[in-house]
Design a protein around this ligand. Structure first.
Ligand code: M6R
Length: 604
């Protein structure tokens, strides 16, 4: 994902920007660039690929006096990863870097082009710098021009802009994409899209709020809020420990990653939704020519997202779909026919069992696709096509945001195929696209909800086992909830289809059997409820997760009313993740690195 840095001061600006970008490298990117303004002269460099290419290009460039500079790592959305599309984007005498997406860029671009403005790139970002320069023609004050520019932008952004004639100012604006500014005793100012690049340089930082805009000079930071009211910066001490800073104040990476889901899903959706169709630039629709079956193959959490996908492919795309555990598939001499699209799912792209099944499918001449979080991983390199989940680096061994983004990708893909095959009408596709836009909201963690789960978790530290139960798509979610709990609490947990409990497991029911029941309002509610009532009648301890009050439960976690079961799915996903986390914390376990587990399982 994109990263932003900025610097104002007397030190080696080039090195500071490059070092800052290095700290953001883990987010993933495909090009990078910097622009430095010193003595009213701009120097700008861009390079495709890794930062080392940019370092190479700038090796003879020296910055040894006061300067303002901005830098960016770009993860292509609008336009291919080329040098022209890399940031900073230039006007006639200004440069801009931007994270996020300017939703009304097409209209703005058209208006600017009609005024004779020439665009160099295919990006949405370039409109910002041209719009600013158009405003500047009519205004004597660069900040006024910047303010007017921002007021015309719609969408999510973190923006830094520098312009000739203003050698001591960096203009900034933030809405929906993170950004902070840091200070020290040397009157320097540092910007970044997360705090790690600032560690070691700044003592205090101000995290911008949505709607903030303003500028910095050596002497001051001028911030206006979304109501155009000037406000003082709110400084907090910056950690000196890189690792704890990377946790952004959360206790564990897993916790941070749960909270991050809303933002990373925005990234997953970025550039892939129009009003009435799914845009997946990375695949060609011919991938589905001649395909009569989809076979999904994965391990662990990725297997659960594959199971979830199978419901969507059959329900929305009307394609026969089967799901395989990779370690089983490898050795069971499976029949592979060429009318099957073989899809592997993997956070890491390196899991040995899954990788091997991909090779088997390729050797058998099947078309292959990988849904993966890591670009250039082995699976991405081998598969015919790939769709990246864009979850950012996932450090917690127990996968959370990778799962969430995999399910989002599968939802998009099932609608993409539905459109190709005409299995859903245009109205239904548009409706579901509108729902997809709501997913980031549905996974936002409410403090009250987290607090409630934390309190409740103390009742679930013993017992002889957990059953997570659900029906339909909520069955794979139940499996995932149970896996999360097992991994980090070391308590025995199983995921089960609610309707299947009466065929055996109900024999275990007693007060020491904990049932975590997923009861969505919009999918088989009455049927699921009856299954839970059967368990309740046998005195099992029930914790119901539902938007509807359920009086047969011992505990009840009330979710928000949602308009569709998929939004309920995502909200309940967060609940089961937090429940596992809090149980594990109470048991004193290592949440991020649970015993016996590895993040990437490269052995079979
Ligand atoms: O990187 P992958 O998605 O291929 O990994 C597959 C599993 O090893 C992984 O999902 C594992 O189950 C996680 N620890 C789950 O939290």
């Amino acid at each position: 994902m994109c990263g932003i840095v900025g610097y104002l001061g007397k030190k080696n600006t080039k090195e500071i920007l490059l070092e800052g970008l290095k700290e953001l490298e883990y987010r993933g990117y495909d090009s990078a660039g910097i622009a430095i303004l010193s003595d009213n002269n701009f120097s700008s460099f861009k390079a495709v690929g890794k930062l080392v290419n940019l370092e190479d290009k700038t090796k003879d460039f020296v910055t040894d006096k006061f300067a303002v500079g901005i830098g960016h790592t770009r993860w292509a959305t609008h336009g291919k990863p080329t040098e022209l599309n890399a940031h900073p984007h230039v006007g006639s005498s200004s440069y801009v870097v931007h994270n996020g997406i300017i939703e009304n860029y097409a209209e703005l671009k058209k208006e600017l082009q009609e005024k004779g403005v020439h665009f160099l790139s295919q990006t949405d970002t370039e409109v910002i710098v041209h719009l600013f320069e158009e405003k500047l023609k009519k205004s004597a004050d660069a900040f006024e021009a910047f303010k007017e520019t921002i007021s015309e932008l719609e969408g999510a952004y973190a923006i830094l802009l520098v312009t000739k004639g203003e050698d001591e100012r960096i203009f900034f604006a933030k809405n929906g994409s993170p950004m902070l500014v840091g200070i020290n005793t040397e009157n320097e100012k540092y910007f970044a899209s997360s705090d790690t690049p600032l560690i070691g340089h700044c003592s205090d930082v101000n995290y911008f709020e949505d709607g903030d805009y303003g500028y910095v000079t050596p002497e001051k930071i001028v911030i206006f809020d979304k109501n155009d009211t000037q406000r003082e910066p709110i400084f907090t001490k910056l950690s000196t420990n890189k690792l704890s800073a990377q946790k952004d104040g959360y206790r564990f990476f897993m916790e941070k990653e749960i909270y991050e889901q809303s933002d990373v899903i925005v990234d997953t959706l970025l550039g892939r939704l129009s009003e009435n169709e799914i845009i997946l630039d990375e695949i060609d629709s011919s991938l589905f020519d001649g395909i009569n079956e989809i076979k999904l193959c994965a391990c662990g959490t990725s297997y659960h997202s594959a199971l979830t996908a199978s419901y969507m492919f059959e329900r929305y795309s009307k394609v026969k779909t089967s799901v395989e555990v990779a370690s089983e598939f490898r050795y069971r001499e499976p029949i592979m026919t060429k009318d099957t699209l073989f899809v592997v799912i993997s956070q890491s792209g390196e899991t040995a069992d899954t990788l091997e099944t991909l090779k088997m499918a390729k050797n058998a001449g099947l078309k292959t696709l990988v849904i993966c979080n890591v670009d250039n991983s082995s699976m991405v390199r081998i598969a015919d096509a790939s769709i990246l989940t864009r979850a950012g680096i996932e450090k917690g061994v127990a996968s959370t945001k990778a799962f969430a983004t995999q399910v989002v990708v599968f939802w998009m893909l099932s609608l993409y195929v539905a459109k190709l095959r005409n299995t859903l009408d245009a109205q239904e596709i548009a409706k579901q696209i509108a729902l997809l836009r709501e997913v980031p909201r549905s996974v936002k963690v409410e403090d009250s909800m987290h607090e409630r789960i934390k309190r409740l978790s103390k009742r679930y530290l013993h017992g002889h086992g957990f059953f997570f139960i659900g029906r339909d798509l909520f069955y794979p979610l139940a499996l995932e909830g149970a896996l999360k709990l097992k991994e980090i609490s070391y308590l025995h947990a199983e995921g089960y289809p609610s309707g299947e409990m009466k065929h055996g497991p109900i024999a275990l029911a007693d007060p020491e059997l904990f049932t975590i029941a997923l009861l969505p309002e919009h999918l088989l509610y009455e049927k699921s409820k009856s299954n839970v009532e059967e368990l309740s009648a046998r005195d099992a301890t029930i914790c119901a997760i539902s938007p509807l009050v359920f009086d047969k439960a011992d505990d009840y976690i009330q979710t928000q009313p949602q308009s569709h079961y998929m939004l309920e799915f995502f909200e309940m996903m967060v609940v089961v993740q937090i429940l596992s986390l809090e149980i594990s914390v109470r048991l004193g376990n290592d949440v991020d690195m649970p015993r016996n587990l590895a993040k990437s399982v490269t052995v079979e």
